[in-house]
Design a protein around this ligand. Structure first.
Ligand code: NAD
Length: 252
């Protein structure tokens, strides 16, 4: 079992004593799967300097309406990772749900990796690259259709309309039903584990203020403005942290 730090033992203890955990996460949950986040030193925001548009402008609704070529070339290059596999963080959370300890994962990610790890209750605040719909006739398409489309801007094979990923662009509202599920889960949780998110993207980050439970845990590589509000704050890579916790819990 090895020597584990006080914080790892504390997190294992919290998990043992909780049965209504909610996990709230972001891009940092998928960096160990090889998908860059937006704000780390090697994240997407830091590797696109010199472009005509900032990433935030590129993945915005005005850009989709006016410069779809620009949006889709950025999207294809930086936001779609068809070969990425779930990492230990995704698997750990799926197992927590299976054990009846975790109510849901509320995620800002759009990569679908929680579901491929086996999680069932996933509130995708910003949608998913796996779902795509024609803006005109609403026909649905999978990711493969986008990847294989000949033109940069994917066109519907039924009506010729633009096929839009079911991803919330900057300037677009979040899905009301997903918000209400996320807020209800967080409001009723006994433990909220926040991980791999800079907590600067709103309204998503604001949902954690609905938490009224006992244990607020934060696991992130870099500091966030919520570190002081947490009962337990662990600076580290989330997959590695969960691996150690799993060892303490006796999971193989
Ligand atoms: P962010 O890029 O703003 O912040 C990521 C945070 O995770 C950083 O604070 C970083 O220090 C931390 N981090 C990175 N790797 C980590 C690890 N292995 N363990 C622990 N912490 C780690 O991400 P955000 O807060 O989610 O906001 C970015 C927005 O971009 C979201 O709205 C999301 O939709 C989108 N996005 C999604 C993906 C994805 O789906 N995988 C990838 C990039 C961006």
């Amino acid at each position: 079992m090895g020597n584990h730090s006080e914080k790892i033992l504390e997190l294992a203890d919290i998990i043992k004593n909780s049965d209504n955990i909610v996990f709230f996460g972001g891009a940092g949950v998928s960096t160990e799967s090889g998908i860059p986040d937006f704000r780390s030193a090697d994240g997407v925001f830091n590797t696109t300097a010199g472009r005509k548009f900032s990433p935030e402008e590129l993945v915005s609704r005005p850009c989709f309406d006016r410069y779809p070529e620009e949006l889709f070339s950025f999207y294809r290059e930086k936001l779609i990772y068809p070969n990425a596999k779930p990492n230990y963080a995704h698997k750990f959370l799926a197992r927590l749900e299976k054990e009846g300890k975790l109510k849901s994962v509320v995620t800002q990610n759009i990569d679908g990796l929680h579901q491929s790890a086996g999680s069932k209750e996933v509130r995708e605040l910003h949608g998913s690259v796996l779902r795509n719909n024609c803006v005109k006739c609403h026909k649905s398409f999978d990711l493969d259709y986008i990847l294989k489309s000949e033109s940069t801007v994917p066109k519907c094979d039924n009506c010729g309309g633009t096929v839009k990923p079911d991803v919330v662009l900057y300037g677009e509202p979040l899905n009301e039903f997903t918000i209400s599920q996320a807020v209800s889960d967080i409001s009723n949780a006994d433990t909220l584990i926040i991980g791999g998110t800079s907590l600067v993207v709103y309204p998503a980050a604001g949902f954690i203020s609905y938490f009224r439970g006992k244990n607020l845990v934060l696991i992130n590589k870099s500091k966030t403005s919520y570190d002081r509000d947490a009962n337990l704050c662990i600076n580290g890579a989330i997959g590695e942290v969960f691996k150690e916790v799993a060892e303490v819990l006796g999971w193989e």
